[in-house]
Ligand binder design. Sequence first.
Ligand code: VG1
Ligand code: CO
Length: 542
Amino acid sequence: MVETVETAPFEGQRPGTSGLRKKTPVFQQPHYVANFVQSIFDCLEGYEGATLVVGGDGRFFNREAIQTVVKIALANGFGRVLIGQGGILSTPATSNVIRQYGAFGGIILSASHNPGGPHGDFGIKYNVANGGPAPEKVTEAVFARTKEISSYRILKAPDFDLDALGTTRLGEQTIEIIDPVADYAALMRKLFDFERIRALFKSGFRLKFDAMSAVTGPYASRIFEDMLGAQAGSVLNATPLPDFGGRHPDPNLVHAKHLLDLAMSPDGPDLCAASDGDGDRNLVIGRGRFVTPSDSLAIIAANAHLAPGYASGVKGIARSMPTSRAADKVAEKIGVALYETPTGWKFFGNLLDAGMATICGEESAGAGSDHVREKDGLWAVLMWLNILAARGEGVDAVVTKHWAEHGRNYYARHDYEEVEAAGADELMQTLRDALPGLKGETFGALRIAGADDFAYHDPVDGSDSARQGIRVHFEDDGRIVYRLSGTGTAGATLRVYIERYEPDPARQQMTTQEALADLARLSQELAGIARFTGRKAPSVVT
Ligand code: VG1
Ligand code: CO
């Protein structure tokens, strides 16, 4: 039986870089999830009888939220709901299921790399029929709707069993609990040379993959250990836990430092890797060599043809604006277009759909391709395994040869987390106001060649996105970028991206800190970071 429930709008249900993210208790308020989900459906047309995919990263409140989503979807007329068993479906796997089953769209319950638990974060994201995150025009319409909503429709029914595989019928409608891993694993097998990777493991190659007690555990165990024959125990923290074992499921050098230490030890594994809460990010560290996500994107683009799924080459490369320009050098060399988009995977969808780009990536540990419409953590690790197996070389050799050929883009991101929002806004506005006068300014050996506020014109649908981050270019090809995060749930986070290009192989073995020291100092001075935020140093450097 369908019930119509009276409700009133909640403030602040505006999706950010990647869906709506708030503290878990905010989502736990009565009607909060329902309002947002009904607002999504209110902005869509033509889903009567269609399929909706629902899954999440297993974090605290995942199961409860799924029940609400499913009941609202059925009450609104969806014909079929596909749910990952146990409520588990990684973000890239959801994207694949949407595409493979011809679904109308999907709802992903995740706050990605943000911590989970009763005092952590929760999130909801809507993906469209191509499998990718809803574009801005949809998320803005949803936000407008959340400000007016006065009722939602929900099925009055006991909770559904999320654990038993199979189909439940409710009159004309069905609910199917599906294996979250099977379709995804089959797709990976098509893209990569599993025989060759198997042989690599057989020859003694050692992998440590940390699933961080988040969604990738079941995927990684099945693919790396069962299908590819990696040694038992190669996958760490393989069981998804509601609080991610109390850890922060962000695969960076701060939260996965133990992997860095392991990789840097003399007898470390050949490859250490990790993924985030919802499985779309990746961390790749070879023995003795950390690979920055920006370099990883460039190296993947340059070597993708070694994997069977990409044997015909890449059609184009896309990167988010703050991502280093290492990929640009590869695009130039192989003679394909390079697209620079705003931060967030939703901007890659059109390029991928139009066949203009094959490989995409972001500096924030995200890489992916046209196989789905999300970034994909395990895909990136499999791509590295395929490249290493095909080249018969280790990570360090692949990286240093890449730099020798294309030059090295020293790169770091400095985050000033949870600063006061008003100060952060003022900092950005002051920088924006100063833009016209920056060109030609000199700071020691550094001279500003130009500065602007990045605006994107989508070449496929013609839409425009303004104010996507401030770029300051230097005459020696260095760059500083400033933008505010759109995924935080407390205060504001200022992200400062610092980059310098070094073509000379003799100067490519400095530490990043050495290479970027003067730009890093200037990044603070130029924007008055201490003045506006009260912070003398970043809280996280990646
Ligand atoms: C961050 C990253 C961005 C990424 C987004 C979602 O956004 O910088 O590159 O697409 O997170 O990733 P922001 O606005 O905080 O900088 V995920 O894995 O958290 O969905
Ligand atoms: Co994520």
